[in-house]
Design a protein around this ligand. Sequence first.
Ligand SMILES: *Cc1c(COP(=O)(O)O)cnc(C)c1O
Length: 515
Amino acid sequence: MSMNNQGRPTGTGTSSYAASSGSALLPNEPLLFEIGDIEHSGVDLPEVEISLDRLGGFERKSALDLAGLTEPEAMRHYVRLSRLNHSIDSGMYPLGSCTMKHNPRLNEKMARLPGFSDIHPLQPVSTVQGALELMEELSHWLMTLTNTAAVALTPKAGAHGELLGMMAIKAAQEAAGQSHRRIVLVPESAHGTNPATAAFLGYLVKPIPARADGTVDVQAVKDALSPDVAAIMLTNPNTCGLFEPQVIEIAEAVHAAGAFFYCDGANFNAIMGVVRPGDLGIDAMHINLHKTFSTPHGGGGPGAGPVVLSEALAPFAPVPFVRKGENGLELVEHAEGSALGRVTAFHGQMGMYVRALTYMLSHGGDGLAQAAQDAVLNANYIKARLAHAFSVPFGDYPTMHEALFDDSFLQGTGVTTLDFAKALIDEGFHPMTMYFPLVVHGAMLIEPTESESKQTLDRFCDVMEELAADAKAGNKERFTSAPVKAPRRRLDETRAARSPVLRWERPVEALKAAE
Ligand SMILES: *Cc1c(COP(=O)(O)O)cnc(C)c1O
């Protein structure tokens, strides 16, 4: 890269791109700033007369240094970047616990209707009656599917929903003079957000060990219950992909001890339309709309984690909520005696609500049950096809929506679960969830969802079998060097997370700083 007389990189556009690009189909995409030329602009803007005194001293002192690009250059940059990502639209994404299912295009079409996409949260409610009706309809579906008394739509993720649900439990116990209850029981197979939520709210987390068959022992729960226990946080179906066989007994024991039953509903995809969690005795449960009810997610994209609440917790729901009033639907923003107030600015993720309700209405109640059953069938198919080559930790029960393997089949091969997952990338599949749940050594958690056809499942299983055979045949190198066909090889993921470089610096400055 050459410098002009101000020490800035000159318009290196094509030369920089050509120098660093890989092959035509696997570009090594430079940064926008490296493609564009900060000396030029892609648009002609008229000089603007700026009244500096209106900026109160906050005016920019240096050049903006935006990369000057033509529209096709900018567009191609982002399209090329998007091709570097694996996505549910380009291949199977068997990431266990994440329910990476196909997002029907109809959802997108509905979410883009101007009446949903162009409204502002501060508009008068008389002008957004349709949007409020959609929220009311979605609430109705969520309460019906779960047989619960109330729902709070606003949490923006499953973890956020957990927090809200546990805040409602805490508020209910404080209102009942029970604030001495300081302990929350969490099975060892739980997702990390469960103990994190409890600890964040100041509770002591008491782990409940898993039984040898991967389920929670009702006796272990009974032994741990005491007048100091506020709640249990239980995932059902659990993170080993198993329906908790004693869930009703557990709920009864928890209630008898005066505690609440928080259910982690992230795995609702396995039972929607088939089992109503309210019938099992849950008091609060978040529903990851972005897992169970399609809506695209991953990479930190938007989610929504509404929480359904039992009769006992309904009075502690946060604001806002939708209510039928004299002049149509109204949004209750300030409820008398609302212990929690609001947990988000405005009303939550409208776009996710639209996608989720579209998914529900296009399936219908029977279609949702069918989707759950197909998801379970697909997972059991994978488990049955791979059981001979992989190691199944909990074989006593049929699995629900995900198949769990441990790493004992890799013993003596020198190949780890991580290596195995990386090798899957070279075969065009997104890796499965690794090393979770923690109760299984070297866990591989595979969730195909209902989206995948038998042909796709067979191709995936063929690849998995071939990889397992190759690992056992001693071809360690293929695994430890993988991925070799991805745009990036093995990354220092810890360093990337701990010290991310979020700011582009002009090379000359980087050079000076290094001196
Ligand atoms: C995904 C997940 C969560 C957290 O949900 P987010 O929407 O990612 O915050 C909690 N528990 C389980 C079991 C999950 O799979």
